[in-house]
Write a protein that binds this ligand. Structure first.
Ligand code: SAH
Length: 242
């Protein structure tokens, strides 16, 4: 089954862009996923093809009009999940990417300017999604990121790799660090354990590195990981202490 991606944007020429290369590009050429773009401006109704207007209540910038956006989204339909790229949305996670990748595809609405008229989200089944706590100038990069994360998980796309099971976030932890030849580079050697051929030791080392790096670099992930692991009595106690 082909994973169908539809991007609603004012800049359709930005697609497939980077997704035309490497793993995603090959998968696109092989028909493992299909890309369609919809020009939002085609759904404007006045002779100037206006898609935006000034913000109610005043302030800087322009807001994308609900009527134009809804017409564009309705033309695509809602048989697949429809996301709208927004820093105000639910954060994209590896778990949500997995869920999307297992489905028939995704439609992604890309914002520009100050974003969307909020009424769109009450009136249509469209979920605002954020790719991180920073502000982009448009949703297109977010759509590319979201799609890239999905496409590599489509069955048959990544080939022989173990469907990314050991990768960062899959277990709630960052992945362990990697090394490759030469064994010595600028006076630094590959950790001895990785050259030992002892698979039990290697796997214990990798687990411990994944835990240490997560604890040091991503205390937020570590806390969630530990919280999920710890049985409910102490979990409840910890909550009381807070
Ligand atoms: N005024 C808005 C930001 C608008 S940025 C606010 O402060 O919330 C313009 C567009 O870029 C947005 O409509 C959205 O589509 C996209 N965008 C910006 N940051 C994003 C992020 N972190 N994740 C996903 N999309 C983002």
């Amino acid at each position: 089954m082909t994973f169908r991606a539809t991007i609603l944007t004012l800049y359709p020429d930005m697609f497939p862009g980077p997704l035309g290369h490497s793993i995603a590009g090959r998968a696109l050429a092989d028909g493992k996923w299909a890309l369609e773009t919809v020009q939002i401006r085609d759904f404007a109704t006045d002779k100037h093809r206006t898609v935006d207007d000034t913000p109610a209540g005043g302030g800087a910038g322009m807001v994308l009009k609900a009527d134009v956006l809804a017409a564009a989204c309705d033309s695509v339909g809602y048989d697949r999940p429809m996301l709208a790229m927004s820093p105000r949305g639910r954060p994209l996670t590896q778990a949500s990417v997995r869920e999307l990748a297992a489905g028939p595809g995704v439609s992604i609405l890309c914002g520009r300017f100050e974003g969307f008229d909020e009424r769109l989200f009450d009136a249509r089944p469209i979920e605002p999604v954020s790719i991180g706590d920073y502000v982009l100038s448009g949703g297109e990069m977010g759509a590319l990121v979201t799609l890239d994360a999905c496409i590599r998980l489509i069955p048959g796309v990544m080939g022989a790799t173990q469907s990314g099971d050991e990768e960062s976030f899959e277990s709630g932890l960052l992945e362990y660090p990697h090394y490759t030849r030469p064994v010595e580079w600028e006076g630094r050697t590959i950790p001895e354990v990785l050259r030992s051929g002892d698979h039990a030791r290697i796997s214990a080392w990798r687990k411990s590195m994944a835990e240490t790096d997560t604890r040091l670099r991503r205390p937020d992930l570590w806390e969630r990981h530990e919280g999920a692991r710890v049985q409910s009595p102490s979990g409840a106690r910890r909550q009381k202490e807070e």
